[in-house]
Design a protein around this ligand. Sequence first.
Ligand SMILES: [Fe+2]
Length: 429
Amino acid sequence: MTDLRLEIAAHLERARARTALLTDTVDEDDLTRQHSPLMSPLVWDLAHVGNQEELWLVRDVGGRDPVRQDIDELYDAFKHARSDRPALPLLNPVEARAYTAQVRDKVLDVLDRVRFDRGQRLVDGGFAFGMIVQHEQQHDETMLATHQLRTGPAVLTAPAPPSPRARVTGEVLIEQGRFTMGTDTEPWALDNERPAHPVDVPAFWIDAAPITNGQYLAFMDAGGYDDPRWWSERGRQHRQKANLTAPLHWIRDRDGWLYNRFGRVEPVNPDEPVVHVCFYEAEAYAAWAGKRLPTEAEWEKAARWDPATGRSRRYPWGDDPPGPRHANLGQRHLSPAPAGAYPDGASPQGVHQLIGDVWEWTSSGFHGYPGFSAFPYREYSEVFFGGDYRVLRGGSFGTDAAACRGTFRNWDHPIRRQIFSGFRCARDA
Ligand SMILES: [Fe+2]
């Protein structure tokens, strides 16, 4: 097998091991129940992962006969809202596991035989396999968020993230000038990350680390939730309607706050990045702090631009793939790591933890870059352009390295906070 085949096989296996961990640790009732109207039942995600793999790798790349064409409609994410999925005649857990395993067998056979040099963009550099690896890992992160919403005794365990090795506070100045945003060269980059294009960015300050629980508590203690000065009109309306008073999963405990983390209740750690806040909460905090959220271009410049060469790199630390010393990714830990835990992952200018820990809200809506073209299907990104979304960057502790790059773009509704979302602030220089 070539290196690329081995690499793809290892990625597929790692994704499947994670899917198994997330679905084997709960019982049948937990797999088929809806833990929140925002989420699919876990058993839907499981078979949907197999169905997408079948559509793209068995049928399209492999040119093979369908395994289960009759279920395509059930697992088409555009046909049924998440809240409606429990009522569908879904495969039961035993059937869903057997189906995904059957698909995977065929995919490994397709992988053995596929010619990556057949002059098709879909297989060039293993793209379709990379897309499916990222798809499964993205659903694994979604399933991890479902675990966080699930009630009952804890089932997931992981070691605590590393302790701080550097004291990281304050802001970093990113000087004005043009940088290259997006990519033409990253083989598994998705259509919305392309093409590479120059962007002029005025000088700005950006926080050296994500906003911590301690900083966020200061905003709460200062009456930030109730002070209309800090909230946009839409933010204020949502705060009242949803009765927001603290991040999701926080529990008031006499003078302090507790946090229910995957079924374990523990005190809120002031040094950890705040997580489970919506865009409006992030925006209000930033206003209270006399700052604003970074634009998407500012975030990417802080993460990729190397002042020594003027080049945009793959990650803040350079072009090496993320390892355990660089960033808190891949569900190795079940929480964000405290500020200063990953000095080896900092940018040359000293911006820390841009990758991993928490998805970071930016102030930008979701649009195609100049020269965008949908590939391989419009529903991946294009149909969401211009909608009521804000872009999030950098990945969380629940994002796998395969689905996280300096160019990777995530987007969600500004009210959402069941995702592993935090933020950092910026301001004009
Ligand atoms: Fe999906």
